[in-house]
Design a protein around this ligand. Sequence first.
Ligand code: KG4
Ligand code: ZN
Length: 352
Amino acid sequence: MPDTTLVLGIETSCDETGVALVRVGADSDELLVDAVASSVDEHARFGGIIPEIASRAHLEAMVPTLQRALSEADVDLGEVDAIAVTAGPGLVGPLTVGAAAAKALAVGLGIPVFGVNHVIGHAAVDELVHGRFPERVMALVVSGGHSSLLLVDDIASDVTELGHTLDDAAGEAFDKVGRLLGLPYPGGPHIDRLAREGDPTAIRFPRGLTAAKDQATHAHDFSFSGLKTAVARWVEARQDAGEEIPLPDVAASFAAAVADVLTAKTIAACRRHDVGTLVIGGGFSANSQLRELAAQRCAEAGIAVRIPPIRYCTDNGAMIAALGAAALRRGVRPSALDLPVDSSMPLTTVTL
Ligand code: KG4
Ligand code: ZN
């Protein structure tokens, strides 16, 4: 590998078209540009992502976003040494648009392409912000589609999934509770904002999979659908009685339950596996209740916690370029040029 290598990252697994450039150095990697185009506004009136709309938006945004990234970084396409693209998990149509662009660029430029795992990318992006990972880290990846606890021995090749959500992802639970509280889509950030004005101890909502009986089989797994139902019942009962809903208190009590379970289980996993560094990634790591509780509990437990700034927690090209950079550094074999996309790519697969 020459002194520095330039990796182009392409992300299209959901509703964000992300293109980023990362310069891989001997000791650290530098993010040169992170261009994102979002189709989130086009989905808002449907209350969820419509895959066909997302696919078309990616098609329209791909070339302009690539051009914007190159021009902002003042880089010629010919200077790029390798491409990383999200191969999964995600929506198959959107993934296919990104993969087609990556393959076309790889063939045209005669450079390798790595099809990488989106969820693991959410953890990898932190290396661009806080430097390369120590030998072993725990990663909590929480988004609208995933809530996974990963033991990371090598971000490019050795990731073990310790647990995941059995039903709703944390962000998904927030979005569903947001809908039942009448908040705009996506509800997550609105609940976060409301929760800051409410009392987190006002209502005692259930903590899924934290009973003694769950420890044997689901110590590191999550479940948020019971909590969501409990919030719905609580709200319905007040509505039926003609009472006003104390939205800030409901939001704060609900957000506290989610943050409590996520942090308690993650810290228990760190202790069990003797891990001193926790990385939190994914769109839901923007959540202030989670950030605050994680900082407080990790400080008490002597665990260093690394959370990237919010703009790197939501979907972007930087996370994919970061994982591609790690794969390149580790000498991981590139993907075949006919690399498939895998909408349910398992977390055991870092690169295809
Ligand atoms: O990672 P991401 O951008 O997309 C997925 O891959 O899912 O995550 C988006 C999810 C949505 O469910 C959104 O409501 C949630 O993260 N989210 C939040 C906050 N910001 C984004 N949830 C709670 N509090 C926030 N501040
Ligand atoms: Zn994501």
